[in-house]
Design a protein around this ligand. Structure first.
Ligand code: GDP
Length: 185
């Protein structure tokens, strides 16, 4: 029998959405886990593979945006179509500006490929309560009306204040099978 493929989760989002900060924040909460980074060779905008101990691999996609639509199509789409052993995709959305046109393109792609994903609202420390509430309500409404594959619960995070990061970490642990329930003995 062949070895099981290592489980993967993948993080995607517009350039500057706060993706690298969030990945750093997630790992800095678990200093006991060895994280090894490797890159895809031969690309200008690289994918980073964070191998998290023996548990799973976090795949960091190149940020998409006005200047990098080609990277997005070529790398993200190619990766997502291959699937690997992808457990869940995390789509990062800027909590200050909410869903943008390019985010909608990402959503359409995930929906089209039938890939289960979760939306994560970043930089929540930078948005006022009112603005944050407005963006959350808008996104929840959008998710309810327009998506099939999106997890109904939004995750709100700040990599500066570390809010929501523990919860997100638990969710990642859960979906990668690293949060087993305790059997009563
Ligand atoms: P990436 O391009 O998606 O990897 O984004 P970065 O992680 O490099 O972040 C882009 C900018 O947003 C940087 O100036 C970060 O310091 C800032 N940033 C990222 N996360 C947060 C956050 O949670 N709160 C605040 N206030 N700024 C953030």
């Amino acid at each position: 029998p062949s070895l099981p493929l290592p489980l993967q989760v993948c993080f995607i989002g517009r350039s500057n959405v706060g993706k690298s900060s969030l990945i750093r924040a997630l790992f800095s909460l678990a200093p006991e886990v060895e994280v090894r980074v490797s890159k895809t060779p031969g690309h200008t905008k690289k994918m980073n593979f964070f191998k998290v101990g023996k548990y799973f691999t976090l795949v960091d996609m190149p940020g998409y945006g006005y200047r990098a639509p080609q990277d997005f199509v070529e790398m993200v789409e190619a990766y997502l179509q291959e699937r690997h052993n992808l457990k869940r995709t995390f789509l990062l959305v800027d909590g200050v500006v909410g869903l943008q046109k390019t985010d909608h393109i990402a959503v359409e792609m995930l929906e089209e490929f039938g890939i289960p994903y979760v939306m994560v609202l970043t930089k929540i420390d930078r948005a006022s309560r009112g603005l944050l509430l407005k963006n959350v309500l808008e996104i929840q409404e959008f998710v309810k009306e327009n998506t099939q594959g999106c997890f109904p619960q939004l995750f709100l995070v700040s990599s500066v204040e570390f809010s929501g990061v523990h919860l997100l970490r638990c969710f990642v642990a859960h979906i990668t099978g690293n949060l087993p329930t305790v059997e009563a003995s």
